[in-house]
Write a protein that binds this ligand. Structure first.
Ligand SMILES: Cc1cc2nc3c(=O)[nH]c(=O)nc-3n(C[C@H](O)[C@H](O)[C@H](O)COP(=O)(O)O)c2cc1C
Length: 161
């Protein structure tokens, strides 16, 4: 079975989890890269990003380097922005949205994931969601433990198939 980890990450947490999952289950990786990112990594990014998320914008992405339809299992990851998924996933869901795939969903947040998985599942209807998992800013808190947690989750998800 071909596996792909699709993710967006602004500050590296989701990327860290994505890389650990890919490493564990021998998956390819597709990073969603918007053409415009916030210039500031400080407080302004919350104002800018929160607004983008609440308005459900669809930022233009650089061309995707892999085609998700070529894979059997997709792991899809995002940071939580304003209690939902980050806008680059809006773009992905509305343009290259995969269908008839088996999926695992993951997210990173600062303590409040809101209804992100419900929203992702709604946006991904037509696919089979095998499981979901969240992490609280692994790069700040439990880096090694979270890497292990991500690997175990991904391995178990695949072996249950
Ligand atoms: C614009 C913006 C909005 C955010 N909104 C939330 C939120 O609603 N709930 C939460 O727990 N964390 C929120 N966060 C924190 C991020 O979800 C958290 O730092 C996450 O680990 C970042 O992932 P990344 O490093 O992959 O970008 C927000 C961060 C940004 C930049």
């Amino acid at each position: 079975m071909k596996k792909l980890v699709v993710f967006y990450s602004l500050d590296g947490n989701t990327k860290f989890i994505a890389e650990n999952i890919a490493d564990e289950v021998n998956a390819d990786v597709l990073e969603l890269k918007p053409r415009n990112e916030p210039k500031s990594k400080g407080f302004m990014k919350y104002l800018w990003g929160g607004r983008e998320a609440m308005m459900r914008t669809k930022p233009e992405l650089f061309p995707l380097e892999r085609n998700p339809q070529d894979y059997d299992i997709l792991f899809i990851g995002t940071p939580v922005w304003a209690w939902t998924y980050a806008p680059p996933l809006n773009t992905f869901f509305s343009t290259g949205r995969p269908s008839n795939k088996k999926m695992g969903l993951f997210c990173c947040h600062g303590g409040g994931k809101g209804k992100i998985f419900e929203r992702m599942k709604k946006a991904l209807s037509g696919n089979t969601i095998l499981g979901e998992i969240d992490f609280k800013e692994p790069l700040k808190h439990n880096r090694d433990a979270d890497a292990g947690k991500a690997k175990n989750w991904a391995k178990n998800l695949i072996s249950a198939l």
